[in-house]
Design a protein around this ligand. Structure first.
Ligand code: 0PR
Length: 355
């Protein structure tokens, strides 16, 4: 390997043509905080006290975003862990030996992992117009239902489920209501949607700083309405100075925690509002450009654009260096993250026209 090749091997990819990711360039303050806290472990909060304090701050800031005074929670490795832990809280709290969890088919595949790991039945119900269908959810709930999940910002189409009605259905059945706002949590505060603890009887929530929050990976968020819910996760830790632990991982990254606090301190609320408006305008611009070219476009309610661009065309664009995802239905999907600028989208559309 030449010297130049060896140096290049250690260069991460740039974000120039990345349209497929829910992660983005961290805010400069978030990057710096991540570097400073690389060698800290919030999994041992009595030893690493500074980062433990920062984690309490992160949870409190996430509470501000999601309409919850005095939140319980922690900074998880990502949305997958937060969703898994929400399922675990609901399962541990319930009395049944045969628990099931009701999710709309739009839910992220992390719920499939959670159900597999915990041997819980996953009841996946249809959506209508890309949102959870309340009649279908109602029909799927029974005495063994421990959790009803709503998504606030779906992975594929950015749709928001009818959260208040889902919470009512859950509570009528004595189950918990979990909202997956992993992506939506940092954009929804600037919209009219009803999605958070202040709008509905939500019990737990996933909200990820390492997506639209512009923190460094790993920074997911799990929030719970009360300490007693989070306590469902507690196990004893006899040889640490602290006596119990609620997280799934043991040793974990202080970089994500510090980075989440730094990003939120810099950006909440004005910076995030500005970013949401920019991303949303970009998504609407791209949707308009695609419609002018006669593609069917799913209306971008949040900054995610899905359109019926053919698989062949997606392959051509991939060959030209664009990183593009497709929905389960096969539509092309563009996530308008902060690094996706109008000029990026102009070159993208030019490549689409070139073919
Ligand atoms: N919930 C929702 C609504 C999500 O969209 C995701 C991830 C998760 C939970 C899981 O979060 P973690 O990946 O943090 O565990 N959605 C993205 C997706 O599947 C994840 C992603 C992120 C994919 C960056 C690619 C990428 O480059 O599209």
């Amino acid at each position: 390997m030449s010297q130049a090749e060896a140096a290049h091997r250690m260069d991460p990819q740039d974000f120039e043509r990345v349209l497929s990711s829910m992660c983005t360039e961290p805010h400069p303050a978030a990057r710096q905080a991540a570097e400073r806290f690389l060698a800290t472990n919030p999994g041992d909060p009595e030893t690493y006290r500074t980062v433990a304090d920062l984690e309490r701050e992160a949870v409190s800031l996430l509470g501000d975003l999601t309409g919850l005074a005095d939140p319980a929670g922690y900074v998880a490795s990502g949305g997958t862990e937060a969703n898994l832990q929400a399922v675990r809280i609901a399962r541990n709290r319930a009395a049944t030996d045969d628990p099931n969890v009701v999710v709309p088919e739009s839910a992220h595949f992390s719920f499939t992992k959670a159900a597999d790991v915990m041997d819980v039945e996953l009841r996946t119900v249809p959506t209508s117009d890309y949102r959870a269908d309340l009649d279908a959810v109602d029909a799927a709930i029974d005495d063994d239902t421990v959790l009803v999940v709503g998504v606030a910002g779906t992975t594929e189409y950015g749709r928001v489920d009818p959260i208040p009605a889902l919470a009512d259905l859950a509570h009528d059945a004595d189950a918990l209501c979990h909202v997956d706002a992993a992506f939506g949590g940092f954009v929804l505060p600037f919209t009219d949607h009803e999605w958070h603890f202040g709008h509905a009887g939500v019990d737990t929530m996933t909200v990820d700083p390492h997506k639209m929050g512009q923190a460094a990976i790993p920074a997911g968020g799990l929030l719970a309405r009360s300490d007693s819910l989070l306590d469902e996760l507690a196990i004893d830790t006899p040889y640490l100075e602290s006596t119990s632990q609620v997280t799934l991982t043991g040793t974990r990254s202080g970089a994500g925690v510090a980075s989440a606090v730094a990003a939120m301190e810099q950006l909440w609320p004005d910076g995030y509002r500005e970013q949401y408006r920019r991303s949303q305008r970009n998504a609407e611009w791209l949707a308009g450009q695609l419609r002018e070219r006669d593609y069917d476009v799913v209306d971008p309610e949040l900054p995610i654009v899905a359109a019926d661009v053919s698989g062949t065309m997606v392959d051509v664009l991939r060959d030209r260096g664009w990183r593009l995802a497709r929905t389960g239905e096969g539509e092309m999907r563009v996530v308008c993250m902060p690094h996706v600028t109008r000029s990026t989208l102009r070159s993208f559309v030019a490549d689409l026209d070139w073919y």
